[in-house]
Design a protein around this ligand. Structure first.
Ligand SMILES: Cc1cc2nc3c(=O)[nH]c(=O)nc-3n(C[C@H](O)[C@H](O)[C@H](O)COP(=O)(O)OP(=O)(O)OC[C@H]3O[C@@H](n4cnc5c(N)ncnc54)[C@H](O)[C@@H]3O)c2cc1C
Length: 330
């Protein structure tokens, strides 16, 4: 591991100024992803600014009805929070589907959003990877691709985004609150992560020094039901092959509001806008669920090792809609 300095941030402004002013500096949340990458040599920061003592560890209901989640709230605490469990079961379930109890006790909301891909080639310094070393090539396109993208990939990178929490946040129309050298801004989570295009080394729209201070989740229409399903190789402690986050509001059998996102299929949590369009305003029927899933996956481009993901994503999306809209569970 590279030698590095450690600084415990005492106040927000100096944390941002310190990281923004030093190209090799990085924020440290729970360290469950960054420290692994430092051990592997994938990340080589020369200064870690620990943000876990900054005053961002609260979950609060705002006067608007939205819920503000501080960036240092641990994944375990967020999943167990009574407001989150009652209002956003999809978010609580997504968190509990991720990692293990011990990891969730350390992992923070900000760090979870910024965790990097689990592509085996990204984590292996001996293999080419455009995300780790721009211009070196993508080993996954012709290689081991079971976990890789079927939507929105480029000829530079076919990696997928690994966070379960972020998929739920996209379906819930949440926003990330960011403090940078130029002040505070809000970024919808759906626009926060990027598709790879020809810059796969950039996972998000953040620039160096930007500090995540909170995530805000708007209030859902009264009567909305939400959930998160994750399909994986093991029942726990495994990343998603495919996942679906959904929030559905029905009125007399008609879909009044629907928000859908897919995980494990793209370089970012994938908002299933085409499926939503098919469903919105129509009757909640099995036939429409299937039409919606087909519309969303029409442009899927699987690799040799992950063709199974197309029917898996389709069937999971239909099953989630069936559970939420028709009350027919697993
Ligand atoms: C064995 C294993 C299995 C796992 N399985 C899953 C899984 O199934 N699903 C899943 O979703 N995740 C899984 N994870 C990943 C885990 O959820 C992440 O490691 C964790 O959420 C990262 O949070 P952290 O606070 O530890 O981040 P850190 O490791 O501290 O940081 C991650 C990144 O975020 C940056 N950062 C941290 N906080 C901030 C901030 N406030 N502002 C700006 N930048 C910040 C850091 O600089 C770093 O770049 C797994 C991890 C392991 C090790």
């Amino acid at each position: 591991m590279n030698p590095f300095d450690y600084l415990r941030a005492e106040d927000v402004a100096s944390a941002v100024a310190t990281v923004a002013g030093r190209p090799g500096a990085a924020y440290l949340g729970g360290g469950t992803n960054l420290v692994d990458h430092m051990k592997l040599g994938v990340a080589t920061p020369d200064l870690l600014v620990d943000v876990t003592r900054l005053p961002f560890n609260q979950v609060e209901v705002l006067p608007s009805g939205a819920v503000r989640i501080g960036a240092t709230v641990r994944n375990s605490d967020l999943a167990a929070d009574p407001v989150i469990r009652a209002r956003y079961p999809a978010l609580s379930r997504a968190l509990l589907a991720g990692a293990s109890g011990q990891l969730r006790n350390l992992a923070t909301t900000g760090g979870n959003l910024l965790q990097r891909t689990r592509c085996v080639y990204f984590q292996n310094l001996t293999t080419p990877c455009n995300k780790r070393e721009p211009g070196s090539g993508c080993s996954a396109i012709e290689g081991y691709s079971r976990y890789h993208a079927i939507l929105g990939a480029s000829n530079q990178c076919v990696a997928v985004h690994p966070s379960d929490m972020a998929v739920a946040l996209v379906a819930l129309d949440a926003s990330v609150v960011v403090l940078g050298a130029a002040g505070e801004r809000r970024i919808p989570v759906v626009d926060f992560h990027r598709l790879p295009d020809d810059q796969p080394e950039r996972d998000t729209v953040l620039t160096h020094g930007d500090l995540i201070t909170a995530v805000e989740v708007p209030e859902l229409p009264e009567g909305t039901r939400s959930t998160y399903w994750k399909v994986r190789d093991r029942a726990s402690y495994a990343f998603a092959l495919v996942s679906v986050a959904a929030a559905v509001h029905l009125d007399d059998g008609i879909v009044r509001d629907v928000r859908l996102a897919l995980g494990g299929v793209a370089h970012k949590p994938w908002r299933a806008g085409r499926a939503e369009q098919v469903l919105r305003g129509g009757p909640a029927t099995e036939e429409n669920f299937q039409r919606a899933a087909d519309a969303e996956l029409a442009d899927a481009r699987p690799l040799a090792g992950n063709r199974f993901k197309v029917p898996m994503a389709r069937n999971t999306l239909v099953a989630v809609l069936r559970e939420l809209a028709l009350g027919q569970g697993r």
